[in-house]
Design a protein around this ligand. Structure first.
Ligand SMILES: NC(=O)C1=CN([C@@H]2O[C@H](COP(=O)(O)OP(=O)(O)OC[C@H]3O[C@@H](n4cnc5c(N)ncnc54)[C@H](OP(=O)(O)O)[C@@H]3O)[C@@H](O)[C@H]2O)C=CC1
Ligand SMILES: CC(C)=CCC/C(C)=C/CC/C(C)=C/CC/C(C)=C/COP(=O)(O)OP(=O)(O)O
Length: 397
C-alpha cells in the first residue's frame, strides 16, 4: 500500500510529489496526460511563486522576465515598474514537465497517460481506480486542477458567482516585435470583461492573450476575446481554449478523512488577478507535509486537519484579501479603474504591497483611507478620461 497517491501532475501534484519523495513517503503520482503536454494558460509565475520552489529554474524554462505592468482602462493606461522581477513568463508545457521531473528525481513512482476514475474511502485506506489498474493508498491528494469531478468527494460544487471563466489564445509573432511592443512588460486591460480583465503576455515566439471574467456575467466570452484581439491588432484565427478558475477566499472544505485537495481543486486562486500557480505549488507542498507528519509520527487521522490550518495560516488571509479587492474594484469598475489610471500610486503600491509583499490587508486599508473615504464619490466620478468622456457617463451596473 502506498502512503500517498497523488491525482494530477500539474504544479500542485508535482510539488506535492517532490515534498512527499523528500520526506520518504512511498508515493504514486498518476497523471492522465503524457508529459510534456500543452496547457492553455497566461503562464505568469510571480516572484512569490518562484520563491516557493526549492530549486533554481533553468534559463531554458524562463521565457521572459517581467519588471513592468501596464494597466489600461478605456483610452488611458498607467505603468508600474520595479527594479526586481515581478514575475517570469513560462510555457506550461515546459514548466510543468520540469516540475514533474523534479518530483520524479526524489524517487517517487509516476504514471502518465493514466486517468483516475474514482477514489473510494475505506476505514484504513483509499481505493484508487484508474483506466489501467486499482491501487491502495493510505491517503490521496486530489490535485486534478479546476476540471474533473473527483474534488466533489470532498467539497461542494461552486456557485456561478464563485468562479471565473477564462478564454485564451496564443498568437505567434517575431520575438523582436514582441520585445518592442512589450519590453519586460505585461499588459492588463480592465473594463472589457465584467468582473475581470483582458491580458497580453509577451512569451517567447508568441503572445498569450486572454480574457477572464466572473462566469455569471460573461455571456459571450468568445466574442469578448475576439473583440479584444481586434482592438489590439492581433489576429483572431488561432485556436481558443477555455477553462474555469475558482475564486479564492471562499470557504471550501479541503480535507475529508483520507482525501485532501490542493491547487485549483481546492480553490486556491487569487480572486482579483487569477494567479494560481504559486498557490498550487505551495498548497501541494503543505498537503504532502501534513501527510508525512501523520505517517511518520503515527498521529491520529484528525491531525490531517493540520493541513487545513496551515493553508489558512499561509494562504487564507491573502486569498480572503484578494476576494475583497475583487469586490471593491469590480463593484464600481468605472469609478475604481478610472481612479487607478489617474493615480499611478495605486498601481505602484499594489506592486509593492501585494505582488511583492503579499499583503492585501494593508493595501486595501491604504486604498480605502486614501481614496474611498478621503475622496467623495462625486469627486471620483467627476474625474475625466481624455477621449472617453462619453462612455464614462454610463451608469455603473
Ligand atoms: N485547469 C485548467 O484548465 C487551467 C489551469 N491553470 C492554472 O494551473 C494552475 C493550477 O495547478 P494545479 O492545481 O496543479 O492544476 P492543473 O490543472 O495545472 O493540473 C492538474 C493535472 O491533473 C490532470 N488530471 C485531471 N483529472 C485527472 C484524473 N482524473 N486523473 C489523472 N490526472 C488528472 C490534469 O489534466 P488536464 O489538464 O487534461 O485536465 C492536469 O494535468 C493554476 O495556476 C491555474 O490557474 C491555467 C490554465 C488552465
Ligand atoms: C491595482 C490595479 C489597478 C491593478 C493591478 C493589475 C494587475 C492584475 C497586476 C498583476 C501584477 C502581477 C505581475 C502579477 C503576477 C501574477 C499574475 C499575472 C498572475 C496571472 O497569471 P496567469 O494568468 O498565468 O494565471 P495562473 O497563475 O496560471 O493561474
Amino acid at each position: 500500500m502506498y502512503d500517498l497517491i497523488i491525482v494530477g501532475g500539474g504544479p500542485s501534484g508535482a510539488s506535492a510529489g517532490r515534498t512527499a519523495g523528500k520526506r520518504g513517503l512511498l508515493t504514486l503520482l498518476i497523471e492522465k496526460e503524457h508529459f510534456p503536454r500543452y496547457k492553455p494558460c497566461g503562464g505568469a509565475l510571480s516572484s512569490y511563486g518562484l520563491s516557493c520552489l526549492d530549486f533554481k529554474l533553468p534559463e531554458q524554462v524562463i521565457e521572459r522576465n517581467i519588471s513592468k505592468v501596464r494597466v489600461h482602462f478605456r483610452d488611458r493606461f498607467v505603468e508600474g515598474v520595479k527594479e526586481s522581477d515581478l514575475a517570469l513568463l513560462i510555457s506550461r508545457k515546459v514548466f510543468d514537465n520540469f516540475l514533474l521531473e523534479k518530483a520524479r528525481e526524489t524517487g517517487i513512482e509516476v504514471h502518465t497517460g493514466e486517468k483516475v476514475l474514482d477514489c473510494i474511502e475505506k476505514d484504513d485506506h483509499v481505493e484508487v481506480r484508474t483506466t489501467d489498474n486499482t491501487y491502495l493508498g493510505r491517503f490521496v491528494l486530489i490535485a486534478e486542477g479546476s476540471g474533473g469531478t473527483l474534488k466533489y468527494k470532498v467539497r461542494l460544487r461552486d456557485k456561478r458567482t464563485d468562479y471565473g471563466l477564462a478564454l485564451t489564445s496564443e498568437i505567434p509573432a517575431e520575438d523582436e516585435a514582441i520585445r518592442t511592443r512589450l519590453p519586460e512588460t505585461i499588459d492588463i486591460h480592465f473594463g472589457i470583461a465584467q468582473g475581470g480583465y483582458g491580458w497580453i503576455f509577451p512569451h517567447s515566439g508568441y503572445y498569450s492573450v486572454g480574457i477572464v471574467g466572473t462566469a455569471q456575467y460573461l455571456k459571450h466570452p468568445k466574442k469578448v476575446l475576439l473583440d479584444f484581439l481586434q482592438e489590439n491588432n492581433l489576429p483572431g484565427n488561432f485556436p481558443i481554449h477555455s477553462h474555469i478558475i475558482p475564486k479564492g477566499g471562499i470557504k471550501r472544505k479541503i480535507v475529508s478523512s483520507r482525501l485532501l485537495l490542493s491547487g485549483d481543486a481546492a480553490g486556491f486562486v487569487d480572486a482579483f488577478t487569477g494567479e494560481g500557480i504559486a498557490y498550487a505549488i505551495r498548497s501541494g507542498q503543505l498537503a504532502a507535509e501534513a501527510v508525512a507528519n501523520l505517517v511518520m509520527y503515527s498521529q491520529k487521522l484528525s491531525s490531517l486537519k493540520a493541513y487545513e490550518s496551515s493553508c489558512r495560516k499561509e494562504l487564507g488571509n491573502y486569498l480572503a484579501g484578494s476576494l475583497k479587492m475583487e469586490k471593491i474594484m469590480h463593484r464600481f469598475p468605472g469609478v475604481s479603474f478610472k481612479l487607478a489610471v489617474n493615480n499611478s500610486e495605486i498601481l505602484d503600491k499594489y506592486l509593492d504591497e501585494v505582488v511583492i509583499g503579499r499583503n492585501y490587508k494593508d493595501y486595501i486599508r491604504w486604498l480605502l483611507l486614501n481614496f474611498c473615504l478621503a475622496e467623495p464619490v462625486s469627486r471620483i466620478k467627476s474625474l475625466t478620461l481624455e477621449g472617453s468622456d462619453k462612455s464614462d457617463t454610463r451608469k455603473e451596473k
